[in-house]
Design a protein around this ligand. Structure first.
Ligand SMILES: Cc1cc2nc3c(=O)[nH]c(=O)nc-3n(C[C@H](O)[C@H](O)[C@H](O)COP(=O)(O)O)c2cc1C
Length: 318
């Protein structure tokens, strides 16, 4: 059984991957998508979004990091996949799920699910270019407007050479609105012979067990649930059950402080606090303490002063 950390553009950068993989439980990470048009991207683009490439494509604690590509040009996608592999990527993942308007307008992400043949051709372009040097995987939603092509798309991905498939159990139109349709993952799993990874709305240990039971999948991918509760994968893997927010908040607070320092060291000052605030906002679903902390730092503009506020903040929030 494996737990994948979901790719999340603008949220799950290498600093947050580093932080979250310090707690054991996550087996594999996937980078935010790297957008490919019709050209071979310079190495600097890969290094910026996947700096782990220069360290054997692993996080500092040794968790492998796969590189995700998004685009529709089979040749350019293949060339960029090869470049990522030459730089050290242990696997390539293709994005067929992004719902962003700007991305879909240029025929990238979820819009491609309207045309299984195109999904097939893009994937084939990459799998031929890679010629089995590393595993090629794909991540899809259930469709764009509706779910009528879900199985055809999954089969197209398998036929074109994907050896693993992650299914985020919603259509593009469903956005992130609950529920995730895990029963659809089961239908897809039954219609392909490659392993399927279940994704969508695993927020608790209980969700994890229900998702596995409904989807029939061994492996899962978790995004927002791990951002809200960095101890979720650990709790699942150790079988200890969900830890309450009180018992882990002191350790989580340490991770927040560390994340802020890491981000401050690499981003322009004006972007730093926003990143930390974004994480605090997403944490509120699991940690009521994060809401209090968020409100006490939200008006702060200076990253240094923000760091001080975080240091001064006591575990009890007094
Ligand atoms: C802010 C944000 C950014 C995302 N970026 C990506 C991405 O770059 N590539 C991708 O395949 N999915 C992306 N996703 C989708 C997630 O990987 C995942 O499929 C989705 O959040 C459902 O899983 P969850 O309920 O565990 O979060 C993103 C989701 C969010 C909320």
């Amino acid at each position: 059984m494996k737990i994948y950390l979901a790719p999340m553009e603008g949220v799950l950068d290498h600093s947050l991957r580093d932080i979250l993989t310090r707690i054991s439980g996550i087996d594999v990470c996937v980078t935010e998508f790297i957008r490919v048009t019709d050209q071979l991207l310079p190495e600097s683009v890969f290094q910026r979004l996947a700096p782990e490439l220069s360290r054997g494509s692993r996080t500092p604690t040794g968790t492998p990091v796969l590189v995700q590509l998004l685009g529709n040009d089979p040749v350019a996608m293949g060339e960029n996949a090869v470049r990522a592999v030459e730089m050290g990527a242990p696997g390539i993942d293709l994005n067929f799920g992004c719902p962003a308007k700007t991305v879909n307008k240029s025929r990238g992400g979820a819009i491609l699910l309207k045309d299984p043949e195109e999904v097939h051709d893009i994937t084939l372009g990459v799998s031929r270019a890679l010629s089995s040097r590393v595993p090629l995987s794909a991540k899809m939603r259930l469709g764009f407007q509706d779910k009528s092509l879900a199985i055809e798309n999954a089969q197209a991905l398998e036929a074109a050479g994907a050896v693993r498939l992650t299914v985020h159990a919603r259509t593009k139109v469903e956005g992130y609105k609950p529920p995730a349709h895990w029963e659809w993952i089961a239908r897809i799993r039954e219609s392909v012979s490659i392993p399927v990874i279940a994704n969508g709305d695993i927020w608790t240990v209980d969700d994890y067990h229900r998702c596995r039971a409904v989807s029939g999948c061994n492996d899962v991918m978790i995004g927002r649930g791990l951002i809200a509760n960095p101890f979720l994968a650990n709790a699942i893997q150790t079988g200890q059950g969900q830890l309450d927010a009180l018992s882990t908040w002191d350790r989580t607070l340490e991770l927040i402080r560390l994340y802020h320092e890491m981000v401050a060291a690499r981003l322009e000052a004006k972007h730093v606090n926003g990143r930390t605030k974004q994480w605090l906002r997403m944490m509120q679903r699991h940690y009521p303490q994060a809401e209090k902390l968020f409100h006490s730092v939200r008006a702060e503009r200076d990253p240094e002063r923000f760091a001080e506020l975080l240091r001064e903040w006591s575990v009890t929030g007094d």
